[in-house]
Design a protein around this ligand. Sequence first.
Ligand code: SF4
Ligand code: SF4
Length: 383
Amino acid sequence: MTRRRSFDELYPTQASYERYNPVGKGVRSSEFGYQTEAGKEKRIKQGLPGFSLLDYAYRDASYTANHTLEGGRSGMNREFYSWSPPGRARKPDGVPRWESSPEEASRVVTKAARFYGAVSVGFAEVDRRWFYSHTRDGKAFVFEDVEEGYVTDEKAVVPNSHRWAIVMTVPMDYEETLYTPTAMVGTGGLAYSRMHVLAGSVAEFIRGLGWHAIPSGNDMTLNVPLALQAGLGHAGRMNRIITWERGPLVKICKVFTDMPLEPSPPAPGGILEYCEVCKKCARHCPSGSIGEGPRSYEAPEGANPGSLRWWCDEMKCREYWDEVGTSCTICFRVCAFSKPQGMLHDAVKWFIRNVPQLNRFWAWSDDLLGYGGMKDPRRYWDE
Ligand code: SF4
Ligand code: SF4
């Protein structure tokens, strides 16, 4: 049986580790890149399967909430991710704030978060290593003895009292992912849209109980170690969180709060051991961004070195997105853990958790049974 390892065993950092600075990072789309109108027009006119006007409209609409809410998937301190309470759920001044044990608070928040759209919920004590050193526009992230977080022209201040992180996932759809890489796959966009509602609603729920909360999407911190620390999964070979329930088919958002919560145990082990032998994402990655070797402390260009993990060369990956005209995600499609839950797949996961000696057999049979293949986008609208 694969034993549960502590977080420091699963994701150790070197003494030289420094917080990630996102300023100046990221790749700009080329002229006909995946995010450009020119690229869209060109591909529609070329008549490529999965890149018709119908397909683009379908995918782009899935981002509606995300982009309507100004600031996109990141959008720190804006709209649903605002650090200031919108005042929708307000505790009357004459009523004391809701008090409970950390265990009960975690249970209640889990129930509420699931109602607001989470598929999994975990809790961790805030570990400042995962906070960016700066916001994307260059303000220093600092921690101070204040009640409520705030942002000025120079700094983003997180209260020292916000010692707990509620880490949540929203789902991406397996069937939709089978049509990647085309411009018709909108499941990532829909997940980004859902993150706003989820994180914003959970934060407001906590504020309504009389506590403080800062909601966040794909920003402020490295989300993979945070999710790992909250027991939601493990950092797989493709350098994404791999959950037992949905593999990599999730997006992560979180809320920081001063309401004491009970930290979650690490997710059951077995995923790292499976990734060691599987390597399917690396074999299928068209840009060679995912390695087949062991985990390492050394990062590719643009990433933050000093933590032991598998890396994805995000620069190469993004260049391929421009080439193919969409956010590829083939690695998500082929991952053995992406398959939907069900008796058979759950039984295999039991063996992966408990009898790692069979991992090579499962990886071999996954290929043999043709899992992870791409579906024909020309048939999507008829099925
Ligand atoms: S998204 Fe595509 S190019 Fe990027 S790492 Fe995954 S498979 Fe490779
Ligand atoms: S495809 Fe295989 S190696 Fe890659 S993350 Fe999934 S299980 Fe791990």
